[in-house]
Design a protein around this ligand. Sequence first.
Ligand code: NI
Length: 258
Amino acid sequence: MIFESHAHYDDRRFNPDREELLSSMQEHGIETVINVGSDLDGVKKTLELAGQYEFVYGAIGIHPSEISGLDEEVYEWLRAQCSHPKVVAIGEIGLDYYWDKEDEVKRSQRYWFCRQMELAREQGLPVIIHSRDAAEDTLKLVQGIHGEEIPGVVHCFSYSPEQAEEYVKMGYYIGIGGVITFKNARKLKETAAAIPLSHILLETDCPYLSPEPERGKRNSSLNLVYVAEEIARLRGISYEEVVDATRENARRLFRKVK
Ligand code: NI
């Protein structure tokens, strides 16, 4: 069965049918879902979902574009949630220079990324890293903080195969989602074929980034079949092999998942 390593079912776009959709996951072959918090409100909703559904686990963290809502008090609150039995990772955390281009904001992103990496180290939890238009700074920061001691995944990977190789060297996983099915995703297709299968995770980032043939519509974990099929095609292996390997990889990384 499929291990979904990155979803946002707390998003308001799931308000109309969240319960119906989540209740149908297992009959559609989705075994486990990691719901990922992006801001304080999202983290609270993530904990609620994890309490409601046995197969849903939570990642807690503040996204680089949401750090204006992060201070010492919130940080302490996050730390207190780490012992929750269904909190399995710190994330999503990282750097996003796509919207934020001012030096001061970038500096603040790096500061809170570092602090949340340290929280993961202290709590013995893996990290889920978001990095957009910040390839160089992200790699430098992760290497500088001894990323090889803090297991994690670079989610929705969008950089070069060479960059992926640097993360794999540190033991990191590469999260691959719907973008892999896009015709113009040449770099990502190359990466997915080149890195060891033992370092790939399946993810949607839903409601965003629906794969072909559902591109443009609201995404959900049910669409992971298209992602797994494309990875299988690129590597010349079977669909089952991709599903089984990525499930095993995810269970190796997110050790608190039962
Ligand atoms: Ni996300």
